[in-house]
Design a protein around this ligand. Structure first.
Ligand SMILES: *[C@@H]1O[C@H](CO)[C@@H](O)[C@H](O)[C@H]1NC(C)=O
Ligand SMILES: *[C@@H]1O[C@H](CO)[C@@H](O)[C@H](O)[C@H]1NC(C)=O
Ligand SMILES: *[C@@H]1O[C@H](CO)[C@@H](O)[C@H](O)[C@H]1NC(C)=O
Length: 466
């Protein structure tokens, strides 16, 4: 029996070894004919657009293309997306492709990989064009790390002039876009050219797999480095007609730390020279038909918020009590109501579902830790969530006023969230309408008990007086 198992295990191991060998050999049978990389450094969220023309130079079809990342970058990688380009020029369209983290045996220097699954395997000799977008957070390092109120903010961005790849790259070019023309310095890897806010590295010819050439770009970036360290959004569904949203924010300015004392007089009298990298207001994009909006912090309601609504969207501009400088924090709560019929639907199988936006409503903001709690109506059963990105999920129970059995809460958690994560997610559940009567019945019985109690009291009362 045991020998049997051992033989099986050995067989399994050799199959696995063969598979990994195949996977590795397939990675050498792809080459990148042309790669173009555009790195957008204009905000504090770094966006990298890659256009890869890949060719299968092997003998067998290839069904995946690998992307390589240095291990230090993985924690800052918020999102990786890929699409295949079909058609030429004006008829060009993009088909989204699946991208998943993957492992390779003996990856050099701890390289991490993502695998793009092709819709149709690339047969020998064929080529295809792929578009990749990846987003990095916390990747601009303020230098100097501390600045005074009158200084502008300079940051470092580190990367490689040569794209890290498990494949041979025949030709490649990288373009950086900076927010202003103020470029302190940049590493030269000839040919390197600079014009205005653009910095070009390459074209470079014929680089073998895993070529790397570290560079640093040092430039001015006075955009608000708005980072929400923690955001908890509670979405409460009431079958009585509304959706109530409560959002708790801990916001931080993640740029260069503020040095010295803050002078409000200087800040207000010379806004274009003083505290340029600071921010005094933020914009939240809310759904249309929002109502009962409030905005408060530990002290109380803040009236300095402006709500603009039109039939397609609502915009809430919020202004904390003081402008935020590097290293400063503000915590506040935003609450609003929404009409239920815009977000709650019935699926063909009779289940109900909430269709709501994931992510954070604040514009150009990174959320280090996001928690979304969907509070279902009392009596809801078998909840299941469909989320467009990977999240941690669990269930909780919440008791509120007049609840008998408590409400099921679907909790979704994700770290490193960027605005590109703001796409719809759904929470499906079964609901028995008899529970709609639970609250009124509770009220009625409470009143009835009060009534009985008062009758009893009145009845007994005279006897006490006697
Ligand atoms: C691994 O890193 C070392 C030191 O940074 C470098 O010299 C070497 O070329 C790297 N190896 C590969 C395969 O990239
Ligand atoms: C704060 O504002 C909300 C909405 O405008 C209002 O309902 C609430 O009573 C206010 N609270 C205080 C303490 O002023
Ligand atoms: C959810 O809402 C979006 C628009 O906000 C819509 O495009 C999408 O089809 C909806 N999804 C479902 C499953 O109803």
């Amino acid at each position: 029996m045991e020998a049997h198992l051992r033989v099986r295990a050995a067989l399994l191991l050799s199959v696995l070894a063969l598979l990994s060998l195949l996977a590795r050999s397939s990675s050498q049978e792809i080459q990148i004919v042309n790669a173009e990389r555009r790195i957008d450094l204009t905000s504090h969220i770094v966006k990298v657009f890659l256009t890869l023309k890949v060719e299968n130079i092997g003998a067998s079809p290839a069904s995946e293309i690998l992307l390589a990342f240095p291990p230090t970058l993985i924690d800052r990688l918020a999102l990786v997306k890929a699409a295949a380009t079909v058609g030429k020029r004006k008829k060009k369209s993009y088909l989204p492709l699946d991208v998943n983290p993957t492992e390779l045996p003996d990856a050099p220097n701890g390289t991490k990989y993502f695998s793009i699954s092709l819709l149709n395997p690339l047969s020998a000799g064929e080529s295809a064009t792929l578009e990749v977008l990846y987003i990095l957070t916390h990747s601009l390092e303020p230098f100097p790390a501390e600045i005074s109120q009158s200084e502008s903010q300079l940051v470092y961005y580190r990367d490689s002039a040569i794209i890290l790849s498990p494949y041979h790259i025949k030709q490649q070019t990288t373009f950086f876009k900076t927010p202003s023309t103020k470029l302190e310095s940049f590493t030269k890897v000839e040919p390197t050219n600079r014009a205005g806010t653009d910095l070009k590295y390459g074209p470079y010819e014929n680089h073998p797999p895993y070529s790397f050439s570290p560079i640093i770009v040092h430039f001015e970036n006075n955009n608000p480095f708005a980072v929400v360290e923690e955001l908890v959004r509670e979405v409460e569904i009431s079958h009585w007609g509304s959706l109530q949203i409560t959002e708790h924010y801990i916001l931080k300015h993640a740029g260069a730390r503020h040095k010295g004392v803050f002078s409000r007089v200087e800040y207000q009298s010379k806004p274009s020279f003083s505290g340029v990298p600071s921010f005094k207001s933020l914009l939240a994009r809310l759904p249309p038909r929002v109502h009962s909006v409030y905005y408060r912090d530990e002290i109380g309601n803040i009236s300095s918020s402006h709500l603009r609504t039109d039939p397609r969207k609502s915009e809430l501009e919020i202004e904390p009590r003081y402008p935020l400088f590097g290293g400063w924090k503000a915590s506040f709560v935003i609450g609003y109501g929404l009409p239920l019929q815009d977000f709650l639907f019935e699926s063909p199988d009779g289940r109900r579902y909430l269709n709501f936006s994931f992510g954070c409503p604040l514009v150009e903001t990174v959320v280090d830790k996001l928690t979304i709690k969907v509070v279902l109506p009392e009596g809801s059963k078998d909840p299941s969530a469909v989320v467009p990105c990977s999240v941690e999920q669990h269930l909780e129970t919440k008791y509120s006023y007049l609840d008998i059995v408590g409400r099921t809460v679907v909790v979704l958690e994700k770290i490193n969230v960027v605005p590109e994560h703001n796409s719809p997610f759904q929470v499906y559940y079964n609901f028995n309408p008899i529970f709609m009567l639970a609250e009124p019945l509770m009220l009625v019985s409470v009143f009835f008990l009060l009534f009985i109690a008062s009758v009893a009291y009145l009845h007994v009362d005279p006897s006490i007086r006697k």
